[in-house]
Design a protein around this ligand. Structure first.
Ligand code: GLA
Length: 504
Protein backbone atom coordinates (compact mmCIF):
# COMPACT_ATOMS: atom_id res chain seq x y z
CA UNK A 1 0.00 0.00 0.00
CA UNK A 2 1.32 3.47 -0.80
CA UNK A 3 3.79 5.10 -3.15
CA UNK A 4 7.60 4.65 -3.37
CA UNK A 5 9.37 7.25 -1.20
CA UNK A 6 11.26 9.10 -3.97
CA UNK A 7 8.18 9.23 -6.14
CA UNK A 8 6.17 10.51 -3.19
CA UNK A 9 8.67 13.34 -2.63
CA UNK A 10 8.37 14.35 -6.29
CA UNK A 11 4.57 14.28 -6.07
CA UNK A 12 4.58 16.27 -2.82
CA UNK A 13 6.86 18.87 -4.38
CA UNK A 14 4.45 19.31 -7.29
CA UNK A 15 1.26 19.06 -5.23
CA UNK A 16 -0.80 21.99 -4.13
CA UNK A 17 0.78 24.56 -6.41
CA UNK A 18 -1.55 23.96 -9.29
CA UNK A 19 -5.30 24.49 -9.30
CA UNK A 20 -7.19 21.56 -7.72
CA UNK A 21 -7.35 18.85 -10.29
CA UNK A 22 -9.21 15.97 -8.75
CA UNK A 23 -5.91 14.18 -8.14
CA UNK A 24 -6.27 12.73 -4.60
CA UNK A 25 -2.84 13.90 -3.44
CA UNK A 26 -3.57 17.41 -4.73
CA UNK A 27 -6.86 17.32 -2.91
CA UNK A 28 -5.10 16.21 0.26
CA UNK A 29 -2.82 19.24 0.16
CA UNK A 30 -5.31 21.80 -1.13
CA UNK A 31 -7.95 21.10 1.51
CA UNK A 32 -5.33 21.00 4.24
CA UNK A 33 -3.03 23.96 3.62
CA UNK A 34 -2.91 27.41 2.12
CA UNK A 35 -1.16 27.19 -1.25
CA UNK A 36 0.90 28.87 -2.56
CA UNK A 37 1.44 30.93 0.64
CA UNK A 38 2.48 27.98 2.79
CA UNK A 39 3.86 25.88 -0.08
CA UNK A 40 7.57 25.91 0.77
CA UNK A 41 7.07 25.18 4.44
CA UNK A 42 4.68 22.32 3.76
CA UNK A 43 6.90 20.75 1.10
CA UNK A 44 9.86 20.97 3.48
CA UNK A 45 7.90 19.36 6.30
CA UNK A 46 6.68 16.42 4.27
CA UNK A 47 10.05 15.91 2.57
CA UNK A 48 11.60 15.91 6.07
CA UNK A 49 9.16 13.25 7.27
CA UNK A 50 9.73 11.02 4.24
CA UNK A 51 13.51 11.30 4.64
CA UNK A 52 13.46 10.68 8.41
CA UNK A 53 11.20 7.69 7.87
CA UNK A 54 13.39 6.28 5.09
CA UNK A 55 16.49 6.55 7.29
CA UNK A 56 14.86 4.57 10.11
CA UNK A 57 12.50 2.13 8.39
CA UNK A 58 12.82 0.46 5.05
CA UNK A 59 9.36 0.65 3.61
CA UNK A 60 9.19 0.35 -0.15
CA UNK A 61 5.95 2.33 -0.20
CA UNK A 62 4.53 5.09 1.97
CA UNK A 63 1.21 6.79 2.66
CA UNK A 64 0.51 10.12 4.38
CA UNK A 65 -2.07 11.43 6.83
CA UNK A 66 -2.76 14.57 8.81
CA UNK A 67 -5.08 15.67 11.63
CA UNK A 68 -5.43 19.37 12.46
CA UNK A 69 -5.40 21.09 15.83
CA UNK A 70 -8.13 23.57 16.59
CA UNK A 71 -8.87 26.89 18.13
CA UNK A 72 -12.16 27.20 19.94
CA UNK A 73 -13.77 30.57 19.20
CA UNK A 74 -16.38 30.23 21.94
CA UNK A 75 -18.09 27.54 24.05
CA UNK A 76 -15.64 26.41 26.72
CA UNK A 77 -16.31 23.33 28.86
CA UNK A 78 -19.81 23.07 27.39
CA UNK A 79 -19.16 19.93 25.31
CA UNK A 80 -19.20 17.33 28.09
CA UNK A 81 -22.33 19.02 29.43
CA UNK A 82 -24.17 18.41 26.18
CA UNK A 83 -24.10 22.05 25.05
CA UNK A 84 -22.62 23.38 21.81
CA UNK A 85 -19.12 24.66 20.97
CA UNK A 86 -17.88 26.76 18.06
CA UNK A 87 -14.29 25.91 17.09
CA UNK A 88 -12.38 25.89 13.82
CA UNK A 89 -9.74 23.42 12.63
CA UNK A 90 -6.45 25.26 11.98
CA UNK A 91 -3.65 25.04 9.45
CA UNK A 92 -1.39 23.45 12.07
CA UNK A 93 -1.53 19.74 12.48
CA UNK A 94 -0.04 16.39 13.37
CA UNK A 95 1.08 14.80 10.12
CA UNK A 96 2.72 11.47 9.35
CA UNK A 97 4.15 9.22 6.69
CA UNK A 98 3.45 5.58 7.40
CA UNK A 99 3.28 2.02 6.19
CA UNK A 100 1.40 -1.01 7.56
CA UNK A 101 3.42 -3.82 9.17
CA UNK A 102 2.93 -7.51 8.68
CA UNK A 103 2.97 -8.17 12.44
CA UNK A 104 0.97 -6.72 15.28
CA UNK A 105 3.46 -4.10 16.40
CA UNK A 106 2.91 -0.35 16.28
CA UNK A 107 6.05 1.80 16.02
CA UNK A 108 5.86 5.58 16.09
CA UNK A 109 8.87 7.83 15.55
CA UNK A 110 8.88 11.61 15.62
CA UNK A 111 10.87 14.21 13.70
CA UNK A 112 11.31 16.05 17.01
CA UNK A 113 14.02 14.43 19.12
CA UNK A 114 12.28 15.11 22.44
CA UNK A 115 9.55 12.64 21.47
CA UNK A 116 11.47 9.40 21.49
CA UNK A 117 10.38 6.38 19.46
CA UNK A 118 7.62 4.25 20.99
CA UNK A 119 6.58 0.75 20.11
CA UNK A 120 3.88 -1.55 21.47
CA UNK A 121 1.96 -4.64 20.48
CA UNK A 122 -1.66 -4.81 19.56
CA UNK A 123 -3.47 -6.89 22.14
CA UNK A 124 -6.85 -6.83 23.79
CA UNK A 125 -5.80 -4.60 26.67
CA UNK A 126 -2.90 -2.29 25.98
CA UNK A 127 -1.27 -1.06 29.20
CA UNK A 128 -0.54 2.68 29.18
CA UNK A 129 2.94 4.21 29.39
CA UNK A 130 3.67 6.52 32.33
CA UNK A 131 1.24 9.43 32.72
CA UNK A 132 1.97 12.22 30.22
CA UNK A 133 3.93 10.03 27.76
CA UNK A 134 3.22 11.04 24.14
CA UNK A 135 2.82 7.39 23.13
CA UNK A 136 -0.35 7.13 25.24
CA UNK A 137 -2.32 9.12 22.63
CA UNK A 138 -1.47 6.53 20.02
CA UNK A 139 -2.32 3.72 22.42
CA UNK A 140 -5.63 5.47 23.20
CA UNK A 141 -6.59 5.50 19.50
CA UNK A 142 -5.58 1.90 18.89
CA UNK A 143 -7.29 0.64 22.06
CA UNK A 144 -10.49 2.53 21.20
CA UNK A 145 -10.59 1.04 17.70
CA UNK A 146 -9.76 -2.45 18.97
CA UNK A 147 -12.71 -2.26 21.38
CA UNK A 148 -14.96 -1.03 18.57
CA UNK A 149 -13.95 -3.74 16.10
CA UNK A 150 -14.03 -6.47 18.73
CA UNK A 151 -17.77 -5.82 19.00
CA UNK A 152 -17.94 -6.22 15.23
CA UNK A 153 -16.24 -9.62 15.47
CA UNK A 154 -12.90 -8.40 14.28
CA UNK A 155 -10.60 -9.35 17.19
CA UNK A 156 -7.18 -7.88 17.91
CA UNK A 157 -5.35 -10.89 16.48
CA UNK A 158 -6.86 -10.16 13.05
CA UNK A 159 -5.44 -6.65 12.90
CA UNK A 160 -1.96 -5.50 11.88
CA UNK A 161 0.28 -2.77 13.24
CA UNK A 162 2.00 0.08 11.43
CA UNK A 163 5.12 2.18 11.53
CA UNK A 164 4.86 5.93 11.23
CA UNK A 165 7.04 9.01 11.40
CA UNK A 166 5.12 11.90 12.87
CA UNK A 167 5.71 15.64 12.66
CA UNK A 168 3.60 18.16 14.56
CA UNK A 169 3.48 21.96 14.38
CA UNK A 170 0.67 22.54 16.89
CA UNK A 171 1.97 24.20 20.06
CA UNK A 172 2.04 21.50 22.76
CA UNK A 173 0.03 21.84 26.01
CA UNK A 174 -1.30 25.16 24.76
CA UNK A 175 -5.03 24.54 24.41
CA UNK A 176 -4.89 23.91 20.65
CA UNK A 177 -5.61 20.20 20.89
CA UNK A 178 -2.30 18.73 19.82
CA UNK A 179 -3.18 15.63 21.83
CA UNK A 180 -6.54 14.93 20.19
CA UNK A 181 -4.98 15.62 16.78
CA UNK A 182 -2.46 12.89 17.58
CA UNK A 183 -5.26 10.52 18.60
CA UNK A 184 -7.13 11.22 15.36
CA UNK A 185 -3.96 10.86 13.29
CA UNK A 186 -3.08 7.48 14.80
CA UNK A 187 -6.66 6.30 14.34
CA UNK A 188 -6.60 7.17 10.62
CA UNK A 189 -3.27 5.39 10.20
CA UNK A 190 -4.48 2.27 12.03
CA UNK A 191 -7.69 2.19 9.98
CA UNK A 192 -5.87 2.66 6.67
CA UNK A 193 -3.25 0.05 7.57
CA UNK A 194 -6.05 -2.47 8.14
CA UNK A 195 -8.11 -1.30 5.16
CA UNK A 196 -10.94 -0.35 7.47
CA UNK A 197 -13.08 2.63 6.61
CA UNK A 198 -14.50 4.86 9.28
CA UNK A 199 -13.63 8.18 7.73
CA UNK A 200 -14.69 8.45 4.11
CA UNK A 201 -17.97 10.29 4.62
CA UNK A 202 -19.49 12.64 7.18
CA UNK A 203 -21.61 10.00 8.96
CA UNK A 204 -18.68 7.67 9.45
CA UNK A 205 -16.51 10.55 10.61
CA UNK A 206 -19.08 11.49 13.25
CA UNK A 207 -19.12 7.90 14.46
CA UNK A 208 -15.32 7.90 14.55
CA UNK A 209 -15.24 11.24 16.41
CA UNK A 210 -17.58 9.91 19.09
CA UNK A 211 -15.55 6.75 19.43
CA UNK A 212 -12.27 8.67 19.73
CA UNK A 213 -13.66 11.12 22.28
CA UNK A 214 -14.37 8.16 24.54
CA UNK A 215 -11.06 6.51 23.56
CA UNK A 216 -8.99 9.52 24.61
CA UNK A 217 -10.18 9.14 28.22
CA UNK A 218 -7.56 6.35 28.25
CA UNK A 219 -5.06 9.08 29.19
CA UNK A 220 -7.12 9.98 32.28
CA UNK A 221 -8.84 13.23 31.27
CA UNK A 222 -12.62 13.32 31.46
CA UNK A 223 -12.83 15.53 28.34
CA UNK A 224 -15.74 16.10 26.01
CA UNK A 225 -15.97 15.50 22.28
CA UNK A 226 -15.09 18.85 20.74
CA UNK A 227 -11.46 18.26 19.83
CA UNK A 228 -11.79 14.97 18.00
CA UNK A 229 -14.94 16.17 16.20
CA UNK A 230 -13.42 19.38 14.87
CA UNK A 231 -10.20 17.64 13.85
CA UNK A 232 -12.28 15.26 11.72
CA UNK A 233 -15.02 17.66 10.60
CA UNK A 234 -13.17 20.97 10.06
CA UNK A 235 -13.94 22.94 6.93
CA UNK A 236 -11.65 25.43 5.19
CA UNK A 237 -12.76 29.04 5.75
CA UNK A 238 -15.38 28.00 8.31
CA UNK A 239 -15.88 27.68 12.02
CA UNK A 240 -18.08 24.71 12.92
CA UNK A 241 -20.90 24.65 15.44
CA UNK A 242 -20.81 21.26 17.11
CA UNK A 243 -23.68 19.81 19.12
CA UNK A 244 -23.41 16.69 21.26
CA UNK A 245 -25.49 13.66 22.20
CA UNK A 246 -26.04 13.10 19.33
CA UNK A 247 -22.98 14.58 17.68
CA UNK A 248 -23.84 16.97 14.83
CA UNK A 249 -21.86 19.66 13.03
CA UNK A 250 -22.85 22.79 11.13
CA UNK A 251 -20.19 24.95 9.44
CA UNK A 252 -20.54 28.75 9.38
CA UNK A 253 -18.31 30.90 7.13
CA UNK A 254 -15.85 33.14 8.95
CA UNK A 255 -16.06 36.86 8.18
CA UNK A 256 -13.83 37.98 5.29
CA UNK A 257 -12.94 41.15 7.18
CA UNK A 258 -11.33 39.49 10.21
CA UNK A 259 -8.44 37.26 11.13
CA UNK A 260 -8.21 34.84 14.04
CA UNK A 261 -4.99 35.41 15.97
CA UNK A 262 -3.71 32.95 18.54
CA UNK A 263 -1.29 34.04 21.27
CA UNK A 264 0.43 31.61 23.59
CA UNK A 265 0.61 32.75 27.22
CA UNK A 266 3.61 30.36 27.57
CA UNK A 267 2.05 28.93 30.73
CA UNK A 268 2.01 25.20 30.07
CA UNK A 269 -1.40 23.57 30.47
CA UNK A 270 -0.75 19.85 30.11
CA UNK A 271 -4.14 18.42 30.91
CA UNK A 272 -2.85 14.86 31.12
CA UNK A 273 -0.33 15.79 33.84
CA UNK A 274 -0.16 19.02 35.94
CA UNK A 275 -3.62 20.24 34.93
CA UNK A 276 -5.29 16.82 35.12
CA UNK A 277 -7.01 17.20 38.48
CA UNK A 278 -7.80 20.85 37.83
CA UNK A 279 -9.48 19.86 34.56
CA UNK A 280 -11.30 16.81 35.91
CA UNK A 281 -12.68 18.73 38.86
CA UNK A 282 -14.94 20.68 36.45
CA UNK A 283 -16.81 17.73 34.87
CA UNK A 284 -17.20 16.29 38.38
CA UNK A 285 -18.71 19.54 39.69
CA UNK A 286 -21.03 19.67 36.66
CA UNK A 287 -22.21 16.09 37.23
CA UNK A 288 -22.85 16.88 40.90
CA UNK A 289 -24.76 20.06 39.97
CA UNK A 290 -26.88 18.08 37.48
CA UNK A 291 -27.60 15.41 40.12
CA UNK A 292 -28.70 18.02 42.66
CA UNK A 293 -30.90 19.75 40.05
CA UNK A 294 -32.45 16.44 39.04
CA UNK A 295 -33.37 15.75 42.65
CA UNK A 296 -34.85 19.21 43.19
CA UNK A 297 -36.81 19.19 39.90
CA UNK A 298 -38.09 15.66 40.54
CA UNK A 299 -39.27 16.65 44.00
CA UNK A 300 -40.92 19.81 42.65
CA UNK A 301 -42.86 17.98 39.91
CA UNK A 302 -43.32 14.77 41.85
CA UNK A 303 -42.02 12.71 38.91
CA UNK A 304 -38.61 11.64 37.70
CA UNK A 305 -37.29 14.61 35.68
CA UNK A 306 -34.61 13.35 33.24
CA UNK A 307 -31.58 15.50 34.01
CA UNK A 308 -28.20 13.80 33.78
CA UNK A 309 -26.26 16.66 32.18
CA UNK A 310 -26.54 20.43 32.64
CA UNK A 311 -27.37 20.53 28.92
CA UNK A 312 -30.56 18.58 29.62
CA UNK A 313 -32.11 21.72 31.09
CA UNK A 314 -34.25 22.48 28.07
CA UNK A 315 -37.92 22.44 27.26
CA UNK A 316 -37.81 19.60 24.67
CA UNK A 317 -36.04 17.33 27.10
CA UNK A 318 -37.89 18.08 30.33
CA UNK A 319 -41.33 18.96 28.98
CA UNK A 320 -41.28 22.04 31.19
CA UNK A 321 -41.57 25.60 29.83
CA UNK A 322 -38.19 27.32 29.52
CA UNK A 323 -38.89 30.28 31.90
CA UNK A 324 -40.04 27.84 34.55
CA UNK A 325 -36.87 25.76 34.16
CA UNK A 326 -34.68 28.78 34.81
CA UNK A 327 -36.79 30.00 37.70
CA UNK A 328 -36.47 26.69 39.51
CA UNK A 329 -32.85 26.04 38.55
CA UNK A 330 -31.70 29.50 39.61
CA UNK A 331 -33.20 29.06 43.06
CA UNK A 332 -32.04 25.47 43.45
CA UNK A 333 -28.31 26.05 43.87
CA UNK A 334 -26.78 28.43 46.42
CA UNK A 335 -23.67 30.61 46.01
CA UNK A 336 -21.90 29.09 48.98
CA UNK A 337 -19.76 26.13 47.77
CA UNK A 338 -21.02 22.67 48.77
CA UNK A 339 -19.44 19.99 50.91
CA UNK A 340 -19.78 16.40 49.70
CA UNK A 341 -21.80 15.80 52.86
CA UNK A 342 -24.36 18.46 51.93
CA UNK A 343 -24.68 17.17 48.36
CA UNK A 344 -25.13 13.63 49.66
CA UNK A 345 -27.86 14.96 52.00
CA UNK A 346 -29.77 16.53 49.10
CA UNK A 347 -29.44 13.34 47.06
CA UNK A 348 -30.60 11.27 50.02
CA UNK A 349 -27.64 8.91 50.00
CA UNK A 350 -24.33 8.47 51.80
CA UNK A 351 -21.26 10.58 51.04
CA UNK A 352 -19.42 7.39 50.04
CA UNK A 353 -22.04 6.45 47.49
CA UNK A 354 -22.17 10.01 46.12
CA UNK A 355 -18.37 10.03 45.71
CA UNK A 356 -18.40 6.60 44.05
CA UNK A 357 -21.12 7.69 41.61
CA UNK A 358 -19.85 11.12 40.63
CA UNK A 359 -16.24 11.66 41.72
CA UNK A 360 -14.30 8.72 40.28
CA UNK A 361 -11.03 9.12 38.41
CA UNK A 362 -10.19 6.74 35.54
CA UNK A 363 -7.95 4.64 37.79
CA UNK A 364 -10.86 4.11 40.17
CA UNK A 365 -9.56 6.43 42.89
CA UNK A 366 -11.90 9.04 44.31
CA UNK A 367 -11.41 12.70 43.53
CA UNK A 368 -11.32 14.31 46.99
CA UNK A 369 -13.45 17.27 48.06
CA UNK A 370 -11.44 20.40 47.10
CA UNK A 371 -10.27 22.69 49.93
CA UNK A 372 -12.60 25.39 48.57
CA UNK A 373 -15.40 22.81 48.20
CA UNK A 374 -17.59 22.06 45.19
CA UNK A 375 -18.72 25.23 43.41
CA UNK A 376 -21.95 23.97 41.93
CA UNK A 377 -23.78 27.23 41.31
CA UNK A 378 -20.76 28.95 39.71
CA UNK A 379 -20.07 26.03 37.36
CA UNK A 380 -23.76 25.65 36.48
CA UNK A 381 -24.06 29.34 35.62
CA UNK A 382 -20.98 29.35 33.41
CA UNK A 383 -22.10 26.28 31.51
CA UNK A 384 -25.67 27.33 30.75
CA UNK A 385 -24.75 30.94 29.98
CA UNK A 386 -21.83 29.83 27.79
CA UNK A 387 -24.19 27.52 25.89
CA UNK A 388 -26.46 30.50 25.18
CA UNK A 389 -23.46 32.59 24.14
CA UNK A 390 -22.52 29.95 21.57
CA UNK A 391 -26.02 30.09 20.06
CA UNK A 392 -25.90 33.88 19.91
CA UNK A 393 -22.36 33.90 18.49
CA UNK A 394 -23.30 31.65 15.60
CA UNK A 395 -26.30 33.89 14.88
CA UNK A 396 -24.11 37.02 15.10
CA UNK A 397 -21.59 35.56 12.68
CA UNK A 398 -24.29 34.49 10.26
CA UNK A 399 -25.76 38.01 10.39
CA UNK A 400 -22.32 39.57 9.75
CA UNK A 401 -22.31 41.15 13.24
CA UNK A 402 -18.61 40.88 13.96
CA UNK A 403 -18.71 43.40 16.82
CA UNK A 404 -21.49 41.42 18.51
CA UNK A 405 -19.46 38.25 18.14
CA UNK A 406 -16.43 39.96 19.70
CA UNK A 407 -18.52 41.10 22.69
CA UNK A 408 -19.65 37.54 23.30
CA UNK A 409 -16.04 36.33 23.20
CA UNK A 410 -15.18 38.93 25.85
CA UNK A 411 -18.11 37.88 28.07
CA UNK A 412 -17.03 34.26 27.67
CA UNK A 413 -13.56 35.07 28.96
CA UNK A 414 -15.00 36.80 32.02
CA UNK A 415 -17.17 33.81 32.78
CA UNK A 416 -14.24 31.41 32.32
CA UNK A 417 -12.26 33.59 34.72
CA UNK A 418 -14.86 34.32 37.41
CA UNK A 419 -17.31 31.43 37.39
CA UNK A 420 -15.41 28.48 35.92
CA UNK A 421 -12.05 29.67 37.31
CA UNK A 422 -9.92 28.27 34.50
CA UNK A 423 -7.98 31.42 33.68
CA UNK A 424 -4.58 32.50 34.99
CA UNK A 425 -3.13 36.00 35.63
CA UNK A 426 -1.10 35.62 32.42
CA UNK A 427 -4.15 34.77 30.29
CA UNK A 428 -6.08 37.68 31.85
CA UNK A 429 -3.22 40.04 31.10
CA UNK A 430 -2.87 38.77 27.54
CA UNK A 431 -6.58 39.23 26.88
CA UNK A 432 -6.49 42.80 28.24
CA UNK A 433 -3.46 43.63 26.13
CA UNK A 434 -5.12 42.13 23.04
CA UNK A 435 -8.22 44.26 23.54
CA UNK A 436 -6.09 47.39 24.05
CA UNK A 437 -4.26 46.49 20.83
CA UNK A 438 -7.55 46.59 18.92
CA UNK A 439 -8.99 43.06 19.06
CA UNK A 440 -12.73 42.96 18.37
CA UNK A 441 -12.91 40.20 20.97
CA UNK A 442 -10.37 38.16 22.92
CA UNK A 443 -10.57 35.20 25.29
CA UNK A 444 -8.71 32.18 26.56
CA UNK A 445 -9.23 29.13 24.36
CA UNK A 446 -9.30 25.42 25.20
CA UNK A 447 -9.24 23.80 28.59
CA UNK A 448 -7.61 26.80 30.34
CA UNK A 449 -5.11 26.81 33.25
CA UNK A 450 -2.58 28.24 30.76
CA UNK A 451 -2.20 27.83 27.03
CA UNK A 452 -3.44 30.26 24.42
CA UNK A 453 -5.82 33.13 23.86
CA UNK A 454 -7.80 33.65 20.67
CA UNK A 455 -8.48 37.14 19.33
CA UNK A 456 -10.64 38.32 16.49
CA UNK A 457 -8.80 41.13 14.69
CA UNK A 458 -9.71 43.20 11.63
CA UNK A 459 -7.49 42.03 8.80
CA UNK A 460 -5.89 45.40 8.11
CA UNK A 461 -4.94 45.72 11.80
CA UNK A 462 -3.29 42.32 12.20
CA UNK A 463 0.33 43.45 11.83
CA UNK A 464 0.21 46.39 14.27
CA UNK A 465 -1.87 44.20 16.61
CA UNK A 466 0.77 41.49 16.69
CA UNK A 467 3.57 44.05 17.14
CA UNK A 468 1.79 45.66 20.09
CA UNK A 469 1.06 42.35 21.82
CA UNK A 470 4.68 41.26 21.32
CA UNK A 471 5.84 44.48 22.94
CA UNK A 472 3.33 44.68 25.80
CA UNK A 473 3.00 41.02 26.70
CA UNK A 474 6.13 39.12 25.70
CA UNK A 475 8.69 41.89 26.21
CA UNK A 476 7.21 44.02 28.99
CA UNK A 477 5.00 41.65 30.98
CA UNK A 478 7.01 38.44 30.62
CA UNK A 479 10.32 40.30 30.37
CA UNK A 480 11.54 38.21 27.44
CA UNK A 481 14.40 39.63 25.52
CA UNK A 482 14.53 37.24 22.59
CA UNK A 483 13.38 38.85 19.34
CA UNK A 484 11.02 36.76 17.27
CA UNK A 485 7.81 35.56 18.85
CA UNK A 486 6.37 34.23 15.59
CA UNK A 487 5.89 30.78 17.07
CA UNK A 488 4.01 32.31 20.03
CA UNK A 489 1.62 34.72 18.30
CA UNK A 490 0.28 34.03 14.82
CA UNK A 491 -2.83 34.29 12.67
CA UNK A 492 -4.61 30.98 12.03
CA UNK A 493 -6.51 29.97 8.97
CA UNK A 494 -9.56 27.71 9.22
CA UNK A 495 -8.46 24.47 7.56
CA UNK A 496 -10.19 21.31 6.38
CA UNK A 497 -10.53 18.26 8.61
CA UNK A 498 -8.19 15.29 8.93
CA UNK A 499 -7.09 13.77 5.64
CA UNK A 500 -5.54 10.57 4.42
CA UNK A 501 -3.67 9.73 1.26
CA UNK A 502 -3.13 6.02 1.07
CA UNK A 503 -2.74 4.86 -2.50
CA UNK A 504 -3.87 1.25 -2.97
C1 GLA B 1 -10.37 20.26 26.44
C2 GLA B 1 -11.26 19.05 26.21
C3 GLA B 1 -12.49 19.45 25.41
C4 GLA B 1 -13.20 20.64 26.05
C5 GLA B 1 -12.21 21.77 26.31
C6 GLA B 1 -12.82 22.93 27.05
O1 GLA B 1 -9.83 20.69 25.22
O2 GLA B 1 -10.56 18.05 25.52
O3 GLA B 1 -13.34 18.35 25.28
O4 GLA B 1 -13.84 20.24 27.23
O5 GLA B 1 -11.09 21.31 27.04
O6 GLA B 1 -13.78 23.55 26.29
Amino acid sequence: MGIPADQLIGMIEAAGDKPPAGDPLDRFFQTSYDFPAEGDRIHRRYRGMVETHASRFHDPELSIARAPGRVNLIGEHTDYNGLPVFPMAVNRDMAAVFAPRRDRTVVIANTQQEFGERSFDIQENIAPYATGDWGNYCKAAVQGLLDFYRKKRRPANKLCGFQATIDGDIPIAAGMSSSSALVVLCALIFLASNRLDLQSDADRRLELADLLAAAERYVGTQGGGMDQAISLMGKAGHAVRIDFFPLATRPAPLPESCAVVVANSTVSAAKSTEALDKYNRRPIECRLAAAVLKRIFSRHYDREVPISLLGDLKQEKLAIAEPEIWEIADKALHEEPYTLEEIAGVLGQSAEKTAALYCKRRDGSIFPEPADRFKLRQRYRHVVEEGRRVERSVQALEAGDVAGFGQLMNRSHESCRDLYEISTPELDRLVTIAREAGAVGSRLTGAGFGGCTVSLVEKQKVEPFIRQVMQNYYREYLGREDRGFDDLIFPCRAAGGAALFAAP
